[in-house]
Write a protein that binds this ligand. Sequence first.
Ligand code: PLP
Ligand code: COI
Length: 354
Amino acid sequence: MEIRIEKTTAPKAKPDQKNLGFGHNFTDHMFVMDYTEGKGWHDARIVPFENITLSPAAMVFHYGQEMFEGLKAYRGKDGKARLFRPEMNAKRTNDTNDRLCIPRLPEEDFVEAVKAVVKVDQDWIPTEPGTSLYIRPFIIATDPFLGVAPSKTYMFIIILSPSGAYYASGLAPVGIWIEDEYVRAVKGGMGYAKTGGNYAASLAAQVKAHDDGYSQVLWLDGVERKYIEEVGAMNIFFKIDGKIVTPMLNGSILPGITRNSVITLCKNWGYEVEERKISVDELLEAQKSGKLEECFGTGTAAVISPVGKLRYKDDVMTISGGKIGELSQKIYDEITGIQGGTREDKLNWITFVE
Ligand code: PLP
Ligand code: COI
């Protein structure tokens, strides 16, 4: 893929690394590529970060034909910029695209585009502990047309945001609200795809949870409202009686790359890992009998996020005494160590941005 590069003539001041938050600041450049039916993906370019112009009739505004991804670039102590398993994001992009009738992207082009734009803005990768450059690739349907049909034109864009912890609490355990009224997705729907509609569907419950002092929502299955699915922006793991348990991939939850990495690490460490259905009743039981030892969420933005409190209707479960569990800490240290280059990358998960 040939990428044209147009550098900005007005570089911005970089934000204070100690106060980044998540997703507020954007770098000097972005990657853009167009798709036109009959011509395919074309005109790959890195240009100054700027507003884009679309017709008010552009299909993305009306029927939500769009997808997005999330990954990060990390600056190691050796000064090298690293990506964590970007080929998994490329593959998931195409799984989402297939579901939404968006044309597939060559997976090597996805990774090349990410590397190229990070390279141009690599001075923006923050170095403070717990910070990284969040990378947000996305595709939008751009045809000016009000009929419900797949668009014939698209834009693929990658923007970059120097970021700190996703939750204001950092590594301190979060409180999670198990939602019993709304559902996020059902099997056969779009739950496994990374598309805006899933997040729009989550907002009403999230607002309710926030109003009650909880950080995020834990979804139950959309049919029986009985089985644990995932959290708003992360997959969920439990340590029950020494075993690691996480909901199986059933079509309605996102196949997280961090989830996959945690399962691999835990198996390699000799833990028994079960990917299966987990009912909310089983959790309540396990907590009452003292067998619910740890709970943590996994995600690119959230990294490993210990859960100290789970609320379901009138029950509030406190986990690990509201502190980070031993295993959660061990996984956090290993994953962030590999990402930051202080631990050996035995599984070849790192791609360097040359
Ligand atoms: N589940 C949802 C709904 C998410 O938005 C995310 C974040 O990307 C995840 C799970 C975790 O996925 P990953 O580990 O690939 O970032
Ligand atoms: C990510 O972790 O990359 C995500 O996409 C979560 C996002 C909804 C903030």
